[in-house]
Design a protein around this ligand. Structure first.
Ligand SMILES: Cc1cc2nc3c(=O)[nH]c(=O)nc-3n(C[C@H](O)[C@H](O)[C@H](O)COP(=O)(O)OP(=O)(O)OC[C@H]3O[C@@H](n4cnc5c(N)ncnc54)[C@H](O)[C@@H]3O)c2cc1C
Length: 392
């Protein structure tokens, strides 16, 4: 059994670790934390990663990459996650959209977008969910009428995170209005400039103070060249990309900083005249979290290994998604119990233990089992594709 990365890949990890230890200063990490990952620091840092040659390892050379296996990007995500926690400074263009452009985009589209994605120069936001189409994405209503050299798009999206600062919207809209075009048939994918006339972005705030958005389209003219792949095939492209997206986004190492914070807190804090680290309940909770995190890493690595060897992925990325998002909730729940009543104090309060970060993670953790598909839907996918049970 060969379980691990090659020597060259491990060398890359070491070089990256040295770079991150030097350049990812306390100041950048703190600022990024205060801006909840959407401030200029995150973007600047991803450009720095590109300038030092750490972005694009797994991307083809003709589009600005290094033509190496995807394992390099997994290592990059792991190392960033370990240090940066929830807000890794890599755009959805890099982790999600770019792979579909590579597989399905025209040559002109690849040349226009991929080098800039790989260079950390542009950012995308995802436009899938609508007020009446979340889990049932195939019910989407946004209309993109084919006018020959352009499409005219109208409708509403909701929960489109990052759209208030992204350059481009990765948009799914309906292009077939015939009786045959219902459901997952008749959906197409587009790349839309966020500053195109007729696009309006309005904020929606989550309870952890993070911004997501409603996005309205009022007869927005989108050139035909911005249609991704074939018309009416968008839903297939979205599904095709799902496994790889889950492997890139649900990175267990992002939970390491939370566990480390709690371990340090238990070591440094005394309660009723003895260190918290000697309390059996605290020890049990931390040990359990450590075991679960290790298991999540193995589950995620298995799924990434399938992707790296281009073996079929069926339910494995979904297992990673469900496991990592639910583990985040269990871990921060344990954190809130370990911190006690003071744990409820917010960032900014002088009495908030660990700077209020566990309190923030606690509120943030609710969205992790909703965003990118809920746990209920995830379990349905595992039951159907992994266990061979009939459609629910
Ligand atoms: C903070 C945040 C950020 C997001 N960012 C983006 C983004 O950038 N781009 C984007 O396009 N979307 C984004 N989303 C949307 C996200 O993907 C959807 O919220 C999610 O898919 C659920 O859809 P919904 O909210 O419409 O819930 P619904 O689909 O209405 O589901 C409501 C409840 O019913 C359950 N349910 C629904 N159908 C079934 C079923 N068949 N079997 C069992 N249970 C079921 C669900 O699990 C859920 O508990 C974001 C969401 C959040 C909360």
């Amino acid at each position: 059994m060969n379980f691990g990365y090659t020597d060259e890949e491990e060398r890359f990890r070491q070089e990256l670790a040295v770079f991150l230890d030097k350049h990812l200063t306390e100041e950048i990490a703190r600022q990024n934390w205060e801006d909840k990952g959407v401030g200029p620091e995150a973007r600047e840092f991803s450009r720095k990663l590109a300038a030092y040659g750490f972005l694009g390892m797994g991307w083809p050379e003709e589009y600005g990459g290094k033509g190496l296996p995807p394992a390099y990007d997994f290592i990059l995500l792991d190392e960033l996650g370990k240090r940066w926690g929830a807000h890794v400074p890599l755009d959805v263009g890099y982790t999600m959209v770019g792979h579909t452009i590579l597989r399905r985009g025209s040559e002109a589209m690849k040349k226009e977008f991929l080098p800039k994605i790989v260079g950390g120069e542009i950012e995308f936001c995802l436009g899938y969910t609508e007020p009446n189409a979340g889990s049932d994405l195939a019910a989407m209503m946004m209309r993109a009428e084919d006018k020959g050299d352009h499409f005219l798009i109208s409708g509403q999206k909701t929960f489109n995170t990052e759209c208030h600062y992204a350059d481009y919207h990765w948009l799914a809209a309906r292009t077939d209005f015939s009786p045959q075009g219902t459901g997952y048939k008749g959906v197409s994918l587009f790349i839309v400039d966020m500053d195109a006339p007729g696009v309006t972005v309005r904020p929606l705030w989550t309870m952890s103070g993070e911004r997501t958005n409603e996005v309205y389209y009022d007869e927005v003219k989108v050139p035909r060249e911005r249609l991704v792949g074939e018309k009416n095939k968008g839903f297939y492209y979205m599904m095709e990309a799902l496994g790889s997206e889950r492997n890139q986004v649900f990175v267990p190492s992002r939970l390491r900083p939370v566990l480390n914070m709690l371990l340090a807190y238990a070591q440094e804090t005394r309660y009723q005249d003895r260190p918290l680290s000697k309390d059996p309940v605290v020890r049990r909770q931390l040990a359990r979290a450590a075991v679960e995190l290790e298991v999540a890493e193995v589950v995620a690595d298995h799924s990434r290994w399938l992707e790296a060897l281009e073996l079929p992925m069926t339910h494995q990325p979904e297992m990673t998604k469900v496991m990592v998002s639910e583990l985040e909730q269990r871990l921060v729940n344990a954190g809130m119990r370990i911190l006690g009543p003071y744990g409820q104090l917010e960032e900014g309060s002088p009495w908030a233990p660990l700077g209020g970060r566990i309190e923030w993670y606690y509120l943030h953790s609710f969205m992790t089992t909703i965003g990118a598909g809920t746990s209920e839907i995830g379990r349905n996918v595992i039951a159907q594709r992994g266990l061979g049970l009939p459609r629910g």
